[in-house]
Design a protein around this ligand. Structure first.
Ligand SMILES: [Zn+2]
Ligand SMILES: [Zn+2]
Length: 321
């Protein structure tokens, strides 16, 4: 089968053997989405080697341990736990110390014709959610997962910094909890995607001074070092800063300001798939206008460089079988 692999510090489309894992379900991938994490992996940050890709939708082809899944159209949670540690026994493998993560850590990913995952990671996609939307479940879950960690009510003033894919999904998801959610970014054309959903968009240059100390919760999703400082400026005393982007460098955060203003800093990574799938099923979040372009898997390398270009939103790979 074909797979988009990062091996020996090189990204290439490879022909590899069909994955064999009798304990897991074998899924024929229909579409996969390119994420910033994929771009970071091919820059060598994560130390991962293998097939990349963790956002996908597909159809279960084989599943020996749970045959009821065969033929179902599914998405899959990306963390596979050891099954025996405290975290796994509490049914949350996201922090299992021995976990593997699809296309990120110790497990081949989904930019491929076939992928395997434990059956318990799978969720059936409702019939009214098309593949183009289902492929967004993972990043939408990551965005909505913020609400697992930080309480956001009708009147909570929320600012999302960063109008890239993740920031926009955070704004979409959090605006369902609070109408006082604004999206702050550098690109007028991206802020419009939020404005179409009644989310106020603010250009970064105009934003900061007038809105200093105006927000209860600020989500840093810009992936840039300056985002941290902006977040501190925008927060009210005792506000909560949610760090969403896996910024790889070191930051010069002015920690004394965190102390003086008694700011809570919350790191946030993966969310649950079921609530995100429900948002798509009910039409509470629509995502199709975030798709910039779609490439066949065979052009995966080109698709990855396209996804890295400025201004490009979600790039999908379609796997024609
Ligand atoms: Zn992702
Ligand atoms: Zn475990």
């Amino acid at each position: 089968m074909k797979a988009l692999r990062f091996v020996d510090n090189q990204l290439k489309l490879a022909e590899i053997a069909k994955p064999e894992n009798e304990r897991e379900a074998l899924i024929r991938v229909t579409k996969s989405g390119i994420c910033n994490t994929d771009l970071e992996i091919v820059r060598g940050y994560a130390g991962f080697s293998g097939t990349i890709g963790h956002e996908f939708v597909g159809v279960v082809e084989e599943s020996r341990s749970a045959p009821e899944w065969i033929g179902k159209r599914v998405v899959g949670e990306i963390n596979a736990g050891c099954g025996i540690c405290e975290k796994c026994l509490a049914k949350d493998p996201r922090h299992c110390p021995n976990r593997t993560v699809l296309g990120i850590h110790g497990r081949d990913g989904a930019h491929a014709e076939l992928v395997t995952l434990p059956a318990e990671n799978l969720l059936e996609v409702p019939a009214n959610v098309p593949d183009e939307a289902a492929v967004f479940v993972e990043p939408l879950a990551a965005a909505f997962g913020i609400t697992e960690q930080v309480e956001i009510g009708d009147t909570t003033r929320v600012a999302v910094i960063g109008d890239g894919k993740l920031g926009i999904l955070c704004a979409f998801a959090l605006s369902l909890k609070s109408k006082n959610t604004v999206l702050i970014g550098k690109h007028r054309e991206k802020l419009i995607l939020g404005e179409k959903r009644n989310i106020e968009g603010i250009l970064l240059n105009d934003a900061v001074p007038a809105l200093n100390r105006a927000f209860d919760v600020v989500i840093e999703a810009s992936g840039s070092e300056s985002g941290f400082a902006t977040a501190l400026d925008l927060l009210k005393p005792r506000g909560k800063m949610v760090l969403k982007s896996t910024f790889q460098g070191k930051t010069n955060l002015e920690m004394w300001r965190v102390v003086v203003d008694e700011i809570t800093i919350v790191g946030s990574r993966c969310g649950r798939f079921a609530p995100a799938l429900e948002l798509l099923e009910k039409g509470l979040v629509t995502v199709e206008d975030l798709i910039s372009e779609e490439f066949p898997l065979a052009e995966g390398v080109r698709a990855m460089s396209r996804a890295a270009e400025k201004g490009v939103m979600k790039v999908l790979l379609s796997i024609k079988n």
